[in-house]
Design a protein around this ligand. Structure first.
Ligand code: CA
Length: 386
């Protein structure tokens, strides 16, 4: 769905990248992990975080104490070395995400972590104007459209409402998010895990502009997709993929050495409600637990039966504690980018019968939910990590 609203910079970058990337990508020497069978063995969660000091780039459509925010708390509270945060439009505008991320880093005394504002529109441009048509023709749920539900702010310091606690004193980094991803991976070859917690626009631009980074990425971890369950933005697509299907297709079909997806197949099974909220807020006050009280209490006061999912938070949890995974499967993955009812559907194929280009991705299907919540609550109720 091309759109005249595609920003000139993005268009230029993509045009240059697309012209050179296909052959460059094909020349990369990449180790593809062998297909693995489903696993269902339940293992006890380790007591200590598995990834202290791990290097992460956190690519995100960040909101105030939303699932991206909770995912960041989990990483930082467990000693992960977050090298930088790159924002992308999805649930929020990229500019809003930058403001919210800066504010949270200030709350955690982590102002040294740089925040880069990334792509404001999908590769093929905004579809905000055609949402009614998508809803009418394809059953897309247009009642929720993330960033497209409200006007884009003038910039990250002029949101419709200031962030919780006010605007951060720290400014965003004025560099380019895509260049930051590229440069950081080159400076830390085979060491960086790329978290993709929103639409994959920044990642797609990075691998198309600089395909030489592909074999240097240690791992890509996605929240996204719906393989054997319905979408949450209509019958076929999960929101992150639906927002920028072309970017998701580029990302999933890039021959990264190691790709891990946490899709709706597992996140649909994990509910967060007042019982979990009470566990987090029932103990000593910390800046984190106070934020939960200030931002979530009104929802539970209004409706004690309110519940939601934790999406991105599960992504951080299984990265930190892989033993939480009790069921997963490797499939070769691509994304349907044909205009129609399946626009944005993630397609996972038997590795032995997959179309050309689809890459192996480990898809998480089940986690140990009680152990996840023990880990989630323990992490979020500890004093702030130094
Ligand atoms: Ca997200």
């Amino acid at each position: 769905m091309p759109s005249p609203r595609m920003p000139h910079l993005l268009a230029a970058v993509l045009a240059v990248a697309l012209a050179s990337a296909s052959t460059a990508c094909a020349n990369q020497a990449v180790t593809i992990p062998p297909p693995a069978a489903s696993t269902n063995a339940s293992q006890p969660a380790a007591a200590a975080p598995a990834q202290p000091g791990a290097k992460v780039i956190f690519d995100t459509d960040f909101g105030e104490l939303n699932d991206d925010s909770q995912a960041l708390y989990l990483l930082l509270q467990n000693g992960v070395n977050v090298l930088g945060i790159t924002t992308v439009s999805g649930n929020t505008w990229a500019s809003e995400g930058a403001a919210y991320a800066l504010r949270q880093l200030e709350l955690e005394n982590k102002q040294s972590i740089p925040v880069f504002e990334g792509a404001s529109d999908p590769l093929m441009g905004s579809r905000a104007a055609t949402l009614p048509s998508e809803a009418q023709q394809f059953g897309v749920d247009s009642s929720y459209a993330g960033a497209w539900s409200h006007p884009k702010p003038a910039d990250y310091q002029h949101l419709a409402q200031p962030p919780y606690g006010g605007y951060a004193k720290t400014a965003k980094n004025n560099g380019n998010a895509v260049d930051f991803i590229v440069d950081t991976i080159k400076r830390n070859p085979h060491e960086v895990t790329l978290f993709v917690l929103g639409p994959a626009t920044n990642v797609a631009l990075a691998v198309k502009k600089n395909p030489e980074i592909v074999p240097l990425v240690k791992q890509v971890v996605y929240m996204g997709g719906a393989f054997d369950v319905p979408g949450n933005q209509g019958p076929a697509a999960e929101f992150n993929i639906w927002f920028d299907p072309e970017a998701a297709r580029i990302a999933f079909t890039t021959p990264f050495a190691d790709q891990l997806a946490i899709p709706l197949d597992v996140t649909d099974k994990v509910f967060y409600g007042k019982a979990e909220y009470d566990r987090i807020t029932g103990g000593a006050n910390t800046p984190i637990t106070q934020a939960f009280k200030d931002l979530q209490a009104p929802e539970f006061t209004k409706d004690p039966k309110y519940r939601t999912h934790l999406w991105d938070a599960l992504t951080s949890a299984v990265f930190l504690q892989p033993s939480l995974i009790t069921g997963s499967v490797v499939r070769r993955v691509t994304v349907d980018t044909q205009d129609g009812v399946n626009y944005g559907r993630t397609l996972g194929f038997d590795p032995a019968h997959a179309p050309a280009g689809a890459q192996p991705v480990r898809i998480v299907q089940d986690i140990d939910i009680p152990k996840f919540y023990d880990f989630f609550v323990a992490t979020l109720t500890r004093p702030l990590a130094p």
